[in-house]
Design a protein around this ligand. Structure first.
Ligand SMILES: Cc1cc2nc3c(=O)[nH]c(=O)nc-3n(C[C@H](O)[C@H](O)[C@H](O)COP(=O)(O)OP(=O)(O)OC[C@H]3O[C@@H](n4cnc5c(N)ncnc54)[C@H](O)[C@@H]3O)c2cc1C
Length: 433
């Protein structure tokens, strides 16, 4: 019998991804002082994609992480490759006018970019391109999802509305009333993908260091000086901060521009044919409600379900009870489930639910805030950050570059966010009963 893994308060708790990923290329700690053209802090999708696309320009490129590459959200997530933002194309046009076109195109083609990169670099990360179902528990939520599908269809993208029968057929449950399928979307093994990006970045000429927290950044003449916890220093012409939900005090005020929230995931034991009727072609699923849950099935029939968790890191299996109840509510016929893995990671939520790019000082770029949808968005962010670093042309850059703006009452809001989450899960549980 497979051992049940205790959920741990430690952020390094074993995940299903850790036990099934391609081998890691170890990133050595940086122990001596160096200089580089571009220093990228954070070795997740954002940082490694930036390095991979920048290094071929000839700029010396160094990525540095406090842990090993992929330790952050990039190696822990649900692996859904969804080419969407929170906002539909029409909403983005209302928000950004003429500039929206570039942003919409960038996001709409972001899954293509991910799967092309995987092909090009032969990354062994189990890519599946069978679409993403966005579904609702509520009948009243369906018209908005059908409008969403139509907006993408009208722009020539591959999407369909789903009525309740089609939704039942694809999800294998009557828990949802309908939704839409985004056929551009897919899934991958996130830790293998980020490890593949690491290898590809090295092959492109970037240097990648791990276990080397950057503790201070300061300006020295027209250069940046980064100090590491072990005393080593890096001098760089340009710095990119790619620290997302793990942003610390390195850039004062940055961590107050986001809500850094935990997303929790559980993985059942292998369920074999018992889940054959669920997501039969390898589609992924998430709910449209604000505090969403997301679901996928692995080749051995195992179900992975994730959702928002507490603000704090999990302290034990009990902290996952709310998402375990969601699983039972959606698939009561398969209960009770046996959970082999429980783990968590941090996402960055922004005040406008859009990814944020900042230039807070000369020679510094910051990109973060994917609001739980960073597999595709952070990958394309890296592509465009690399172009911006090379050509300096902001007019071609698809994401708005905005000043750093702290969230007012940041501390209190974090607490409100948690309370709202708890209330929501409570409501779902009551509905389930
Ligand atoms: C549980 C979970 C499920 C998710 N599911 C999905 C999904 O299915 N689909 C999807 O599209 N998105 C999903 N996301 C979101 C997605 O994972 C993130 O948006 C994406 O990984 C962000 O990548 P990143 O490179 O910007 O940040 P991260 O991968 O979080 O990397 C940030 C890195 O910065 C490093 N760092 C921070 N401070 C310092 C410092 N001072 N010095 C050195 N290094 C530092 C950290 O060690 C970390 O490795 C999920 C996230 C989580 C947590």
């Amino acid at each position: 019998m497979t051992p049940v893994r205790p959920a741990s308060a430690h952020p390094d708790a074993a995940s299903y991804w850790m036990d099934t990923a391609i081998p890691a290329q170890a990133a050595p700690a940086l122990t001596e002082s160096r200089s580089t053209d571009v220093l990228i802090v954070g070795a997740g999708f954002t940082g490694l994609s930036t390095a991979l696309h920048l290094a071929p320009s000839g700029a010396s490129t160094m990525v540095i992480d406090a842990h090993q590459p992929g330790w952050g959200a990039s190696g822990r997530n649900g692996g859904q490759v969804n080419p969407t933002l929170k906002y539909d194309p029409d909403e983005l046009i209302a928000m950004f006018g003429d500039r929206a076109g570039r942003l919409i195109h960038t996001i709409a083609t972001s899954a293509d970019q991910v799967f092309d990169l995987i092909n090009h670099h032969r990354i062994d990360c189990n890519p599946v391109r069978s679409g993403w179902l966005q579904v609702s528990y509520k009948k009243s939520g369906i018209p908005a999802l059908h409008r969403r599908a139509r907006q993408w269809q009208d722009r020539g993208y591959f999407a369909d509305s789903l009525d309740s029968m089609a939704t039942q057929r694809l999800t294998g449950t009557r828990a949802f009333h309908g939704g839409w399928i985004d056929r551009r979307a897919g899934s991958l093994h996130p830790l293998s993908y980020v490890r593949g990006l690491h290898q590809a970045a090295l092959a492109a000429g970037a240097q990648v260091f791990g276990d080397s927290p950057v503790t201070r950044l300061s300006r020295q003449g027209d250069k940046w000086l980064a100090r590491l916890a072990n005393g080593a220093r890096i001098t760089a012409d340009q710095v990119v901060l790619a620290t997302n939900g793990y942003s610390d005090a390195l850039l004062p005020g940055l961590s107050q521009t986001i809500l850094s929230a935990n997303s929790f995931i559980i993985a059942t034991s292998a369920l074999g044919d018992k889940t054959r009727h669920i997501l039969p072609s390898g589609e992924t699923l998430s709910t449209a409600e604000r505090l969403l849950i997301y679901l996928r099935k692995e080749a051995d029939g195992r179900l992975l379900l994730g959702g928002r968790g507490l603000f704090d890191d999990p302290a034990g299996a009990g902290d996952f009870a709310h998402i375990e109840r969601s699983m039972t509510r959606i698939y009561p016929d398969l209960a009770p489930f046996h959970y082999e893995y429980r783990w968590a990671g941090r996402i960055a939520i922004t005040r406008d639910f859009l990814p944020h790019v900042h230039r807070p000082a000369p020679g510094m770029l910051v990109a973060l805030g994917y609001n739980g949808r960073g597999v595709a968005a952070a990958t394309v962010m890296g592509i465009h950050l690399a172009r911006l670093l090379v050509n300096g042309d902001e007019t071609e850059f698809p994401f708005p570059i905005t000043p750093l703006r702290k969230i007012p009452l940041h501390g209190a809001l974090q607490h409100f966010y948690i309370s709202a989450g708890v209330a929501w899960y409570g409501l779902l549980d009551r509905l389930a009963r």
